[in-house]
Design a binder for this molecule. Structure first.
Ligand SMILES: C[S@@+](CC[C@H](N)C(=O)[O-])C[C@H]1O[C@@H](n2cnc3c(N)ncnc32)[C@H](O)[C@@H]1O
Length: 212
């Protein structure tokens, strides 16, 4: 899928009430941002934002935060909200490596959706399901840990399952072909997923948790 460069990305981002500009100011205080104590779910690498926007629409009593490093993608995600009023949605344009600067122990679920597979051995630590990231997540989960991961990349999926099991996560649901799975797994498609669905690509899915 092509990444479009949005020339006025900065101004779209700066003028949006959905975008939290200094997320470090809200560390431990996201319930104040949303003005309620509802659960908070975080998507890392939201891209154009379809998934997080649709999740926010489908679950008004859950708060959603989409984080994305790329300004053009973030601006596109903001544009995709298209005048809808979603009180339970915020976005952050930042590097996921810095999440512990933005969140205290206040996140209920982390979504890792079609994250970069980083196929080279030397890049493995950049994967959002790498052990170094799992350690960061430990510092922002409220109590129980809960990760939902979707990918079309078998190697990434295998390494994610391995890392999650090393960290004692249980697998509540695993699917080796999400779109053909006969069980009722709630699934809102991401932008990448919509493309892969058209191409009949297999999508791997895991819903993993660790109860504290
Ligand atoms: C393959 S795209 C998937 C986008 C979206 N989740 C989807 O499924 O349509 C991966 C996204 O992760 C973002 N990303 C990569 N590394 C990141 C990082 N360190 N922090 C935040 N976002 C990152 C990329 O800019 C890109 O938009």
């Amino acid at each position: 899928m092509r990444y479009n460069v949005i020339k006025n990305a900065d101004s779209i981002i700066d003028s949006s009430s959905y975008l939290i500009k200094n997320p470090e100011n809200y560390k431990g205080k996201w319930n104040e941002v949303f003005n309620n104590n509802n659960p908070i779910c975080l998507e890392l690498g939201m891209g154009r934002g379809s998934f997080i926007i649709e999740m926010a629409k489908a679950h008004p009593n859950i708060n959603y935060i989409g984080l994305e490093i790329d300004k053009s993608q973030t601006a596109t995600a903001i544009s995709n909200i298209r005048g809808q009023k979603l009180n339970n949605l915020k976005m952050i344009c930042a590097d996921a490596r810095n999440i512990i600067n933005y969140f205290g122990k206040e996140i209920n679920t982390i979504y890792l959706t079609f994250s970069e597979p980083w196929p080279k051995k030397q890049d493995e630590k950049k994967r959002f399901s790498h052990e170094s990231y799992l350690k960061l997540y430990d510092r922002i989960f409220k109590k129980d840990k809960h990760i939902i991961l979707k990918t079309d990349n078998k190697i990434l999926f295998a390494s994610a399952l391995e890392n999650l099991s090393k960290y004692w996560y249980s697998f509540d649901k695993v699917s080796l072909d999400l779109h053909k799975d006969e069980r009722k797994i709630e699934n809102i498609m991401t932008d990448f997923e919509k493309q892969y669905f058209k191409e009949h690509r297999v999508i791997y899915y895991v819903d993993a948790s660790f109860k504290n």
